[in-house]
Design a protein around this ligand. Structure first.
Ligand code: SF4
Length: 549
């Protein structure tokens, strides 16, 4: 199929500052022709094409399973049926870097240029015995911009984290994604409106010029229970909210559905007042239900014109049976701000939170490893002068090559968890091997943490330690600006030899994306289309980089 020009209503909406709605489509499991799922997609996409309020179809990528209909193919079908450019979610899970690039190239060749680039959640049933690889979202954003600098790249951020390390890591990685070229952000789904507000205020305090969309979910009772039990990675549904939803479910199907739509509509109204640029509504897969939700939100918007009106209505809708207001986060959860908006542009860098610090043991290990690394691998070090010719000579003979690899593994695996990736990234990640993250992420965490614990539930998220060390050594800004490339073609080779022979990819420090004062930012997300257009162009266009070493 040749590239076709599709009207990019999603881009137009973001650039014009008009509130964006899209219709979600989660590709079916591929069985036979997958005709049933495709029929549904075509039918709904046609309705989206005729509805000026809806920007396009947003299409998930291998949600919860790997054997689903192809997202790019579904995108082409949605584009043809609606005449509107869809938004493709492209996940790095179970994709090596070169495979992820091929998917982007295929989408681009079909004229599909709206992407939401994510790492993806845990692969529950790996297709083979090999370790499942995950291509990082930060690198995917760079890949997309290399293939087509004009593409519209979105990235995910989750404000729904309640411990310092996991929350700070989300915001640090968010800025890295903007620095890497993300044009706009989409949140994880959540119900904690104070956290939605925190993200907007954080953006304003950092003077970041980037539109943000919220992801909202309308869960049936079973889902609500399962999310509350922690079965949807990184998504928090509090005990109080579950109690309210359970109570609503006892009022009968029709009333339960009415109250569920009303909650979603109330969230939409609140988010509009905060300055969100639109919503992704997860779990709403028909045009009819989406249109109905928009109508309910419009009616509520008329009745609740101010933030104070909205807050009162939200609180009233979330009273527990004993008239206590529901809590949406954990009782001792961390919020960066109180009820008051912080001063505009009050900090240029990540605000240092008075809280956790690295332990003496964590710091000592980092110092020792850093000293060894510099002594052996700095270009002008004695270690490099002695070892480089010896290692290079050894590496030229197969026996020597194997011996070097085994030696490296024997030394580094017990200390660091080394998996002989051939491109040692530890100096850029506070000497914590990214291979000890089950997804192998070097550029910051996924959003699957819960209470600081990894999505895989078997360890503390490795990026927490990195954060504590960077904070204690005043290097937090590195976590926003240093982009560590993917490992390609070096696995099972000696990183020592690769380093001496300059065979590893360059690690870059990306200069900060252009920032603006918060006044123009506020304008950018309300009425001034031209300002948004400039903002969208500015982010991504003003990225320049220097090699770190
Ligand atoms: S260690 Fe952190 S980034 Fe890695 S999979 Fe676990 S939660 Fe995600």
């Amino acid at each position: 199929m040749n590239a076709q020009p599709f009207r990019n209503a999603i881009r137009q909406s973001i650039e014009a500052g008009s509130f964006l709605y899209t219709l979600e489509y989660v590709p079916d499991v591929r069985d036979g022709t997958g005709r049933k799922g495709i029929d549904h997609l075509e039918r709904e996409a046609e309705l989206v094409g005729r509805d000026p309020r809806i920007g396009g179809v947003n299409i998930g990528d291998r949600v919860s399973r790997l054997d689903t209909l192809d997202t790019v193919e579904c995108g082409a079908i949605a584009a043809t049926a609606s005449g509107k450019m869809p938004l493709l979610h492209l996940a790095g899970k179970d994709r090596k870097p070169e495979e992820a690039i091929r998917v982007l190239q295929r989408a681009h060749s079909l004229g599909l240029t709206n992407y939401l680039l994510i790492t993806g959640d845990r692969v529950i049933k790996p297709p083979n015995q090999e370790r499942t690889r995950y291509h990082e979202s930060v690198i995917a954003i760079q890949d997309a911009k290399k293939i087509d600098p004009g593409c519209l790249a979105a990235a995910v951020v989750s404000p729904f984290k309640y411990r310092e390390e996991e929350l700070a890591n989300q915001y640090l990685k968010m800025v890295k994604k903007i620095n890497a070229g993300a044009n706009y952000l989409v949140t994880n789904c959540g119900w904690d409106m104070q956290k939605f507000q925190e993200l907007i205020w954080y953006r304003e305090a950092r003077a970041l010029r980037v539109p943000i969309l919220a992801n909202l979910l309308m869960p049936p009772l079973g889902w609500a229970k399962s999310i509350n039990a922690g079965r949807l990675p990184g998504v928090h549904l509090s005990d109080d909210l579950l109690e309210i939803i359970v109570g609503e479910s006892k009022l009968g199907k029709t009333e339960f559905e009415r109250l569920s739509v009303r909650r979603l509509a109330l969230q939409i109204v609140g988010l509009k007042l905060m300055g969100y640029a639109g919503v992704h509504l997860s779990g709403i897969e028909t045009h009819e239900l989406l249109r109905h939700t928009i109508e309910v939100a419009d009616e509520l918007e008329q009745k609740l014109p101010t933030s104070a009106d909205w807050k009162a209505a939200w609180a009233e809708a979330h009273l527990l049976p004993d008239r206590r207001p529901a809590m949406f986060g954990p009782r001792s959860g961390l919020y960066l701000f109180g009820d008051e908006q912080p001063l505009p542009a009050s900090f240029n860098e990540f605000p240092t939170i008075v809280g956790v610090t690295a332990s003496e043991q964590e710091l000592r290990k980092t110092r020792v490893l850093d000293t060894i690394d510099r002594a052996l691998f700095d270009d002008d070090s004695v270690g490099a002068a002695v070892l480089k010719p010896v290692f290079s000579a050894l590496n030229r003979i197969p026996l020597g090559e194997r011996a070097l690899l085994n030696l490296e593994k024997a030394i580094k695996q017990p200390i660091l968890g080394c998996e002989t990736c051939g491109f040692c990234r530890i100096p850029y990640v506070e000497y914590i091997c990214p291979e000890t993250c089950p997804k192998g992420l070097a550029n910051g965490p996924c959003s699957g943490t819960d209470d600081n614990v990894c999505e895989f539930k078997d360890r503390e998220c490795i990026h927490n330690r990195k954060y504590r060390i960077a904070k204690s050594t005043n290097r937090l800004s590195d976590l926003e600006t240093i982009v560590i490339p993917a490992v390609t073609g070096t696995r099972m080779t000696s990183s020592w030899v690769n380093k001496y022979q300059h065979l590893t990819p360059a690690v870059l420090r990306i200069s900060k994306a252009k920032q603006a004062d918060s006044k123009s930012l506020t304008k950018a997300n309300t009425t001034d289309g031209a300002t948004v257009s400039t903002a969208v162009a500015a982010v991504g266009a003003h990225v320049s980089s220097d090699e770190v070493d």
